[in-house]
Design a protein around this ligand. Structure first.
Ligand code: 48F
Length: 260
């Protein structure tokens, strides 16, 4: 067989455009491919919904690759160990009871693989730069190539429609920030605006991440570190149980809404 460069080009272009066209109207759009976004995508896709994840960078995984200060190990507490089991990530018990460690490269690659094989469609190198809202409810996302903003080019974006959106963008809680800017004083937070992340406190942060995994504007949910930034919880450092549990919780909440 002779390999032809134009056939290779056609195969890539056609397959990508099929993927794009098949994912313009979604049940759930996830912004951010860190641990919380990937886990949410896994559970939503596993339940049979059309769900796509947009990640600004070339690779998904967010803050998990680097473990703590580039030591590529993550810590997960007892409560979330069952999720590592479900996702086929090997967890090693630490000598102090209730703590487990996992190799961060195995964690990112295995969770991503499980999510994609469950049906999650990942669009990498795409940044969400705005939201679509109709009748005071989020109804979609405005997307553009990350390379466009990196090169500071003046290029108009495209849009997709989605019944629900998850902001899993981490510390910067970017989608919520877009809503707060365009509809000030309308968030479902105590101050009606972004509360802002607090000092490091792993115990409190892990509890509050889960508690604050919820709808923050009609149609828009927060997951992972974005919960703490939005609702005013502390940061927790390289313990990842709360991120995984938050991804599972947001998926369960949206699955319930989708079934109503
Ligand atoms: O920060 P990130 O890993 O989010 P997370 O799931 O997990 C937080 C932990 O990694 C860690 C921690 C707890 O242990 O404190 O920080 O809450 O991943 C967020 C992802 O979102 C992408 C970003 O590149 C990263 O991979 N992202 C952020 N803004 C956008 C975006 C955007 N506007 N469009 C697309 N992707």
């Amino acid at each position: 067989m002779r390999l032809d460069e134009v056939t290779i080009t056609k195969a890539i272009a056609e397959r990508y455009f099929d993927k794009l066209m098949n994912n313009l109207e979604l049940d759930v759009a996830i912004v951010g491919g860190g641990p919380s976004g990937l886990v949410a995508g896994y559970f939503l896709a596993k339940a049979g919904h059309r769900v796509a994840l947009y990640e600004r960078k070339l690779s998904v995984g967010g803050g998990m690759w680097g473990g703590g200060m580039l030591f590529n190990e993550i810590v997960v507490q007892e409560d979330a160990k069952r999720l590592l089991d479900e996702l086929d990530v090997r967890a090693l018990p630490y000598k102090e009871a209730g703590y487990y460690t996992a190799d961060s490269v195995e964690a990112v690659s295995t969770i991503t693989s499980k999510a994609v094989k469950a049906g999650l469609v990942v669009f990498n190198c795409i940044s969400v730069e705005d939201i679509v809202a109709k009748d005071d409810r989020i109804s979609g996302l405005v997307i553009n190539w990350t390379a466009v903003s990196m090169a500071n080019l003046h290029v108009d974006p495209l849009s997709i429609r989605s019944r629900y959106v998850i902001d899993a963008t981490g510390h910067d809680t970017e989608v919520v920030a877009m809503v707060a800017k365009k509809a000030p004083g309308r968030l479902l937070t105590p101050s009606k605006n972004i509360e802002g992340e607090k000092f490091m406190n792993p115990e409190e942060a892990e509890r509050l991440t889960l508690e604050n995994t919820k709808e923050v504007f009609p149609g828009l949910y927060v997951a992972g570190m974005a919960c703490n930034a939005t609702f005013g919880g502390p940061r927790m450092g390289p313990i990842f149980g709360g991120m995984l549990l938050s991804g599972e919780k947001v998926a369960c909440m949206i699955l319930k809404r989708l079934s109503e």
